[in-house]
Design a protein around this ligand. Sequence first.
Ligand code: SDX
Length: 429
Amino acid sequence: MDKKATLTLNDGKSLDFPVLSGSIGPEVIDIRTLYAKSGMFTYDPGFLSTASCNSSITYIDGDAGVLLYRGYPIEQLAQHCDFLETCYLLLNGELPNARDKDAFVSTVTRHTMVHDQLTRFFTGFRRDAHPMAVLVGVVGALSAFYHDSLDINNPEHRKISAFRLIAKLPTIVAMAYKYNTGQPFVYPRNDLSYSANFMRMMFAVPAEEYKVNPVLVRALDRILILHADHEQNASTSTVRLSGSSGANPFACIAAGIACLWGPAHGGANEAALNMLEEIGDASKIPEFIKQVKDKNSGSKLMGFGHRVYKNYDPRAKLMRETCHEVLNELGLQNDRLFKLAMALEKVALEDEYFVSRKLYPNVDFYSGIVQRALGIPVSMFTCIFSLARTVGWIAQWNEMISDPEQKIGRPRQLYKGAARREVQPIDKR
Ligand code: SDX
């Protein structure tokens, strides 16, 4: 029997709505006919209880601290796969066999160069422009270069756009960093892996050969896997909403980058590292915690808390492990900030204020420390997050465009403004 939910109104009228089930996770009440039947909207700022779509890509169980990409646990993907295998999985729904992987890697590799005219976009920015401002602008500008594939209803156009975005984001992110430092751009190399190529474009200089460190490359590759997708988070919802109007994929990804920049979202890794620098020393932790508990201070424990995870973010655990690996490889076991972060985590996890609010470290708490150890400056952290999340945004955008239920997103509102009134002549106002 089909499940239903019944809404009983004050006038005694009852309205039935279908209850829909997914493969795992909470059921949903299909309220698409609510306004037609009742003349009322639902009210859910921040979408705490609202499913905006159906999706088969990523699943989070926030209470259990579980994250699945196409059904595979993030821990297993981080251990057994690399980022491009994960990209293939998110885009196609299955992990590639060796032949498919080789073909996918080869296609991505051969799309890593950008049109040389694109280099001119950088010179319009101040050298000290925040790299995220540069990234939003340059990625949005990509739509001016690919008029051959902007028909979003053409699956082939969507496919080549996906390859171009996944392949070119590392090149553009590295260019943003080089522009900021005043060093020359480094072109991609087809004989390097995706993450090794990115590290070289970031840190190589023409004056000497760049030596790839496999441990650091593997750490970066894992960081990209952990950040690749995450259900309908703010930036993914932004990409979906932009795409629902028919905007081209480059414009939609630029919108996602803009949203990710916020400190409550992808900007939290930069904010978390700045917070650790501000605390400075473990002896200052009690004072900082006291400040965070004082709502008037406006201080938050950056890198803690999550809308969905009310348990430990599984990505934070993996990021902490990666931290250990990288710091050990670099002989930085006593890294001041890492020790401070672990001390802060210990205090917070034993403090009733955070425990009662189910605030645990999220992916951003340790990612800044790992990236800093890799030589990536704080201002670049959210660019790296954008690089990784591009595949998730594209996979979700693709799924939405292909969904027969898809419509342009247009939320309604609870209006609390002035009722109709007449304009008075200015001498009567
Ligand atoms: C990401 O959505 C995603 O999936 C995002 C992401 C992804 O992969 O796409 O996982 C990436 O954005 C991770 C989150 C990074 N942000 C931060 O680390 C910034 C700090 N965290 C908070 O801003 C906050 O936890 C949010 C924004 C992440 C979640 O906010 P919610 O779900 O709206 O929760 P809330 O603000 O209602 O908090 C509940 C309570 C409040 O206290 P009370 O009003 O109940 O007294 O917890 C408090 C909040 O004040 N609180 C915090 C806190 N986070 C929440 N107090 C101190 N420090 C914090 N970090």
